[in-house]
Ligand binder design. Structure first.
Ligand code: GLN
Length: 489
């Protein structure tokens, strides 16, 4: 039998349907891979018993011809999604050993469609970070290494565990969340595909909140088709999330392989940064050529407020985070550090439970929301956000179907290499505007840098037109090929 962990999600699905192997065999192969890859620290909790139980149930259903769209497929779940009866920590000490009594809407839809849970995946604490180094459960190691070196590299963040697990073949797909780039940046750093859907496409209910007006769930997988399959199950209207969009969920997989002939692709002038690496510039140009060869028309476009997106994000996101994180008080969840009175107990719990990056965000957020500073910072950032959104609207109004940009300004960097928070924040320079505007964005691997590390391109779409991104993304994938790290772990 071929190595079951090398199959794509679509291949595994088709193999299960054709009864070439069982879900239990597929699941066991992945559980063994997870066990052998503990050096990557991608999983913060392995759930082999649940996995086998779910696999057996899937096999029975498949046997009766009653399988769902994801029947028997083993997935990893970012530790930000509440999973009923299974520890959920957002990789923060403050949640301790919190076991939710409820299931997030997105994961419940995956189980409804027959998927199997292998365990919970590592992430930056409360999804704040770009390297997975802020996790209270330790850094994740990227399965990729620079040619001829064994320096440990970050997988990107905040969904670093999800990206590393998918790239290393530990699961056929994984969930992630993206507030400023946390799906697209780690996908680019590990040579896989990740999509942040339109804001409101996937329910936020049961996902640990970071910045509620920006947070959005989405899938990771090794091919464009696989992310399209997962997204159909993850998406959908949910009355339990007041920002959930009541929009029909198309068969996203049907968009894969559709012609892109005549589509107008915008190349935004403002994304050509001063000092941009020649490799990224070349990758971007090559991506544009591939789309052109497939029949798309390339046009230069302008998104004039782009350079204000990152500073405005670092006001809006911490403001919302400081409010969302007020609930961790030592009373309701996880950790409690005693004090002489209740105020001291709150203070002790929050000081002991939150890591340095989370404390920084809470302090920035509280500051920009306080009387006297609110107008100067928060209100102004909201106005800037409106302008950023309008830039995209104006661009799409000229008939542009999608916008092509690099996914990240560099390839994966070494663990511990970026100590300065601003330097870390700059990783999201190309991804943050998309969250500010609530638009869908996909990252697709497109090439390698001079040291053999994967690099990705980003396609940004009109609201609720993810299908266009899947069609265009597949053109890039076909031209660039797939990217698989050499196993060293
Ligand atoms: N890296 C960004 C941040 O730290 C985005 C994180 C995310 O998308 N969750 O805020």
């Amino acid at each position: 039998m071929t190595d079951l962990t090398s199959l794509t999600l679509a291949e595994a699905r088709d193999g299960l349907k054709a009864k070439a192997f069982t879900s239990l065999e597929l699941t066991d192969a992945h559980l063994a891979a997870v066990e052998q890859a503990r050096a990557l620290n991608a999983f913060v909790l392995e759930t082999p018993d649940e996995a086998r139980m779910m696999a057996r149930a899937a096999d029975i259903k498949i046997g009766k011809g009653e399988g769902g769209p994801l029947s028997g497929l083993p997935l990893g779940i970012k530790d930000l999604f509440a999973t009923k009866g299974v520890r959920t920590t957002a990789c923060s000490k403050i949640l301790g050993n919190f076991v939710p009594p409820y299931e997030s809407t997105v994961t419940s839809q995956l189980w409804r469609d027959g998927a199997v849970m292998l365990g919970k995946l590592n992430n930056d604490e409360f999804a704040m970070g770009s390297s997975n180094e802020t996790s209270a459960l330790g850094s994740v190691v990227n399965p990729w290494r620079r040619e001829g070196a064994n320096t440990k590299l970050v997988p990107g963040g905040s969904s670093g565990g999800s990206a590393a697990a998918v790239a290393a073949g530990l699961c056929v797909g994984a969930t992630g969340t993206d507030t400023g780039g946390s799906i697209r940046q780690p996908a680019a750093f590990t040579g896989i595909v990740g999509i942040k859907p339109t804001y409101g496409r996937c329910s936020r209910w049961g996902i640990v909140a970071f910045a509620s007006s920006l947070d959005q769930a989405g899938p990771f997988a090794r091919t464009v088709r696989d992310t399209a399959i997962l997204m159909r199950s993850m998406a959908g209207y949910d009355p339990k999330d007041s920002t959930s969009a009541n929009q029909p969920v198309p068969d996203f997989e049907a968009a894969v392989g559709q012609s892109v002939k005549g589509m107008k692709i915008g190349i935004p002038r403002e994304y050509r940064l001063d000092g941009m690496s020649a490799e990224i510039e070349k990758l971007w140009g090559r991506g544009a050529e591939w789309l052109k060869a497939a029949g798309a028309e390339l046009v230069e476009v302008s998104l004039p407020h782009t350079r204000y997106a990152l500073p405005a994000y670092y006001i809006v996101a911490p403001a919302e985070a400081s409010s969302n994180l007020a609930r961790y008080d030592g009373v309701r969840y996880g950790l409690r550090e005693p004090g002489r009175n209740i105020i001291e107990m709150y203070e002790n719990t929050r000081a002991a439970g939150f890591g340095a990056e989370v404390r920084r965000r809470v302090m920035i957020g509280t500051y920009v929301l306080s009387a006297g500073y609110y107008d100067a910072y928060y209100l102004r950032a909201q106005k800037v956000r409106t302008l950023i959104k309008k830039d995209f609207e104006d661009c799409f109004a000229t008939g542009v179907h999608a916008i092509l940009t690099p996914a990240t300004p560099s390839a994966a960097f070494g663990i511990g290499e970026k100590a300065d928070p601003i330097e870390m924040y700059l990783n999201d320079i190309f991804t943050v505007p998309v969250n500010m505007a609530g638009l869908p964005g996909i990252a697709v691997p497109a090439g390698k840098d001079g040291q053999g590390l994967p690099l990705g391109l980003q396609l940004i779409g009109r609201p609720f037109e993810e299908s266009t991104l899947f069609s265009l993304g597949e053109v890039i994938e076909q031209a660039a090929g797939r990217f698989t790290p050499t196993r060293w772990w």
